[in-house]
Design a protein around this ligand. Structure first.
Ligand SMILES: C[S@@+](CC[C@H](N)C(=O)[O-])C[C@H]1O[C@@H](n2cnc3c(N)ncnc32)[C@H](O)[C@@H]1O
Length: 179
């Protein structure tokens, strides 16, 4: 499924995390073995399938997608990939939904409105377990829009330990919550 999506998204230049960043995300999940993941911005479900397919057997992923039409696609693509039981999709604006979520998360992918990255994170912080990993996509291409987010996670006196992964044409930021 991901190989097929890789070809289609490259051909049509659809903005998904893609193979190179996907490898880093996969390694991170394999190393840390999170069980309660959340994704902000799912589009067609590429990153959702990547994350849910790498989580350990009892792992679950909640996807927040503001476009209800796309949210249905994410759900059906996850089902086609055999991950329907692991992936829950909530349609709506993440900034309205996050405060309503119960429980705590140990893995996050932020990949929705770039200027809102810091707001998503601030809403999520009380819902993260110590050691939770947060991946922010497009921190190279949209470095100006995500500057407040990067300042927050890179603050030496803050609650985060953070590093950038540079892919030449773009970057991701991987931040570990110290609590
Ligand atoms: C770059 S795409 C996500 C790509 C996806 N993570 C992947 O790699 O397969 C961004 C998505 O975020 C969604 N989005 C934008 N603002 C949002 C918000 N406030 N809440 C939830 N989703 C949002 C858009 O509808 C779009 O589908």
């Amino acid at each position: 499924m991901l190989a097929l999506m890789d070809r289609a998204t490259t051909l049509w230049r659809i903005p998904v995390v893609g193979r190179a960043k996907g490898r880093v995300i996969r390694r991170l999940i394999e190393r840390r073995r999170p069980t309660r993941a959340i994704e902000i911005g799912s589009l067609l479900g590429y990153s959702a399938i990547l994350i849910a397919g790498t989580l350990p057997p009892r792992g679950r992923l909640t996807c927040l997608e503001s476009n209800p039409y796309l949210a249905k696609f994410v759900k059906s693509n996850a089902e086609v990939a055999g991950l329907g039981r692991r992936v829950k999709v909530v349609a709506g604006d993440a900034l309205r939904i996050i405060p309503l979520l119960s429980g705590r998360f140990d893995f996050v992918l932020i990949d929705a409105a770039k200027e809102d990255y810091l707001d998503y994170l601030r809403q999520l912080e009380p819902k993260l377990v110590p050691g939770a990993a947060v991946v922010a996509d497009n921190t190279g291409v949209f470095r100006r829009e995500v500057a407040p987010y990067l300042e927050h996670v890179r603050d030496a006196n803050g609650r985060w330990q953070s590093r950038a992964y540079d892919f030449g044409d773009d970057a991701i930021e991987v931040s570990i919550f110290r609590a």
